[in-house]
Design a protein around this ligand. Sequence first.
Ligand SMILES: [Zn+2]
Ligand SMILES: [Zn+2]
Length: 374
Amino acid sequence: MTVEVDRIAADFAAKNWSSDPFGRFLAAYESDVTVAWHLVSVGLERYTEGGTLFDLGLGLLPFVEFEETVSVALETLTTGKHHNFAERRGAPDKETDWLNAIISMSTTSQSLKALLCLFETRRPRALETAVSRVQHVVPPHPTLSYLHQVGFSNPNEQLYSEDIMHCIFPAGYLSEDGPVWVRRVHPSWTTFSTVAVAPFGGEASGTCGLCRGALARLLRLPPVVGPEGVETTIAVCMSCLGWELSPLFYHHETADDVTPLHSRSEPITPKFPGAPLAECVVQLSVTPSRWAWQDWALSNSRENLHRVRGHPTWIQSAEYPSCPICKATMKFLLQLDSELPQTDGEDWLWGSGGILYVFWCSRCRVSGIFWQCT
Ligand SMILES: [Zn+2]
Ligand SMILES: [Zn+2]
């Protein structure tokens, strides 16, 4: 298989995308998963600035290969684009190094990189230090935007939880059409350990406060998974969301009772009416830690980004809405990717093909929903 990966890399260098590197690599991966490491090792030599073919190998690399990858990659990654990410699993004593770097580095870009590494640790003490040092670096954005980017409202309040589950759809539910390189072979499409099953798609019982159309059910979370251990239906107006108003907020009195917090005395006519998602039952499967951190751009349509809890995979900058009732910053609950089938036979895109994010206020039992796209 090493030979096959070398051949793919050589053909890619000579003939570029016409050599079908994704299709050939994924075919090799399906018969032998260790090719992921071969591609990464080739990539470290050939693609020092990164690249989509290298990302494909990284995205499939199991944890057991990380140590070797890091030892080979250390110098490359120091100047590479993914360096900040490594700090998520860095040792606490590295924090002092980054702090010293913030103070001593001569250029703003180096100091900013060190500051971002400190935020990326997501440890409260490091976050406090990072917040206190922001003014030394003069970054281009407000301090809160750096905290939101790593999922915190302040150094002691995390806005996401780490009990992550992937939604695993029944066979045949998602369209198999599309280019060969988006075939669903990534481990995140696999059932590891099912916590619960959840009804997905179809209509919900409520009515949109803007257009008076029926709300669409996204997912009915069973008690074992629902917020505060309560069965909860997440629903939205497919037609109004994003095009007429964003975010849309809903109050959840009981499991099925979803009441919009926006209303208009004169109903609007949506510019882009959308049918509900086709009904099915999804398995909510515990996500192994290797696939807990996913990145929208790096996943490049290959990974399963339909997730309950965990860290949002942002397409744009992080946005945590405030609860319209109590004004507290809402916490992340779940996200759904695009290309889900609808009851009218179409495939649904959030905007131009983005991700839908759902947030939750425990105090008020309010959901806040919006999408991002490119
Ligand atoms: Zn509506
Ligand atoms: Zn609230």
